[in-house]
Write a protein that binds this ligand. Structure first.
Ligand code: HEM
Length: 438
């Protein structure tokens, strides 16, 4: 695209004088050395990935920067946590915007990680061609771990303000965990730090949120990125290679040289050339990839800043274990589970179906396990790899889309149509006055 071709003049004046200089600038540069010297044009196209994985990373970086600053201001103590949030809101310079940026980036990371998963699904980018010598299926599994870590990171942060929203969202989570057979009680005790939600719980969630989960996410995320190189670049590149090789699928990656991030590169010199793709399909990683990356980073920051200026992060009344809000709702990304729990809690005479277990544990576990094994079961042709909505995959795409629509539908239902005692109300129907439950 014209705008991208000219973008390096707008954002960056670097333009290499020779092939050697372009390759050296990547390989010898500390920041750029993770990229290959060349990438395929196809990998850089907006419509190949929509840069969704990259944007997810940028959001994580924003979370880390704003999170570290917030750590200087927040006190993880039951007596002082809420007050420190109030100080951030009303006393600290730029405190509200800092908090909003952290909160919006957290929501954004959940949304973009899921959109990225959808992109990978609809382009069959979770598979390497048969006999290809690489296994992108493995990276799909690692991606699922990243998604779970992202949700855990967001949920543990939700508790920290120690307001009503946080406290009762945690109570819902603890009750769901309790309904797990055999390990339920022990798991709760471990998470809560005893039998009651209190100081131990807050400290555990604080350490999980600020130390354990971010470190795990960086380690697993780094492995995720390395696997892309190990698997020979993006799935779209496999397709190019397959087409180039006239559908010959015997393409074992070379053992002599690092496999590349966004394209297949092999060789032993600094200025490595592709073994299988013609030059017309390739461009220098620097500045073509690096400039686009810079634009993605800048735009993500600008959008998060703009949204944070318009939307304030909520802070309700201080946590009160004696006064449950009615209804108490989980964070939005877990609302579909809360709705499922309500819908599967059934009583017929003496017979009771435990919705906490069915809706909160069984159904999400089956959904996650189904996602995990699907790439290994998908028998559609290799020609579908790297292609959006390939015809041969329409039945699985329809089933996946129905699943996504159900989850989104349940979230909307729980967020906007559930009122006191989890009864159904129209969107703007006034809720009845409910007696206080204490
Ligand atoms: C914290 C969350 C995640 C981050 C930061 C992340 C990052 C990335 C990035 C930067 C890429 C390169 C291509 C692109 O931008 O789309 C990528 C590719 C990939 N990701 Fe993720 N990812 C995350 C979660 C996931 C999830 C949830 C899945 C699926 C379960 C997944 C599966 C994959 C696969 C299979 C590829 C290779 C795609 C291809 O070859 O075209 N990732 N990831």
């Amino acid at each position: 695209m014209e705008v991208f071709q000219r973008s390096h003049r707008l954002f960056w004046s670097y333009s290499p004088k020779s092939v050697r200089e372009a390759s050296d600038s990547v390989i010898r540069n500390f920041l750029f050395h993770v990229f290959p010297a060349y990438v395929t044009k196809k990998s850089l196209s907006l419509f190949t990935t929509f840069w969704l994985g990259t944007i997810t990373w940028v959001l994580f970086v924003i979370l880390t920067i704003t999170g570290v600053i917030l750590m200087f201001l927040y006190v993880p103590s039951v007596e002082r946590a809420y007050q420190s949030m109030k100080d951030i809101e009303f006393v600290v310079s730029y405190g509200p915007i800092l908090r909003s940026m952290h909160r919006m980036a957290a929501h954004g990371m959940v949304v973009f990680a899921f959109l990225h998963l959808m992109r990978v699904w609809y382009t069959k980018a979770y598979r390497s061609p048969r006999n290809y010598g690489s296994s992108r299926q493995m990276n799909w599994l690692i991606g699922l771990v990243l998604l779970v870590l992202t949700l855990a990171l967001s949920y543990t942060g939700y508790l920290l303000p120690w307001d009503q929203l946080a406290y009762w969202a945690l109570v819902i989570g603890v009750n769901v965990a309790k309904s797990a057979p055999v390990v339920g009680d022990k798991m709760c005790e471990l998470l809560v730090g005893g039998t009651e939600i209190g100081q131990n719980t807050l400290l555990r969630f604080y350490i999980l949120h600020c130390v354990v989960l971010p470190i795990l996410l960086v380690i697993v995320g780094a492995y995720h990125m390395w696997r892309i190189r190990r698997d020979g670049g993006l799935a779209a590149t496999d397709r190019l290679t397959l087409l180039q090789e006239n559908q010959q699928v015997e393409l074992n990656p070379s053992p002599t040289k690092t496999y590349t991030l966004l394209g297949i590169k092999e060789g032993t010199t600094l200025s490595v050339r592709s073994s299988s793709l013609p030059d017309s399909l390739l461009v220098h990683a620097n500045p073509e990839l690096t400039t686009r990356l810079l634009i993605a980073i800048l735009l993500t920051h600008v959008v998060i800043l703009a949204v944070s200026l318009c939307v304030t992060a909520p802070l309700e009344a201080p946590a009160n274990p004696l006064f449950p809000p009615n209804p108490a709702k989980a964070p939005w990304y877990f609302l579909w589970l809360q709705e499922l729990i309500a819908d599967t809690t059934l009583k017929a005479g003496n017979y009771v179906v435990n919705g906490g277990f069915v809706g909160g544990i069984l159904i999400p576990t089956i959904a996650l396990a189904g996602l995990a094994v699907w790439p290994f079961l998908d028998k559609s042709p290799d020609g579908a790899i790297g292609v959006w909505f390939h015809r041969a995959r329409w039945p699985q795409n329809v089933i996946f889309s129905i699943g996504v629509i159900i989850v989104i539908g349940l979230i909307i239902l729980a967020a906007y149509f559930r009122g006191p005692f989890w009864n159904l109300y129209w969107f703007n129907e006034p809720w009845p006055q409910v007696p206080k439950l204490y």
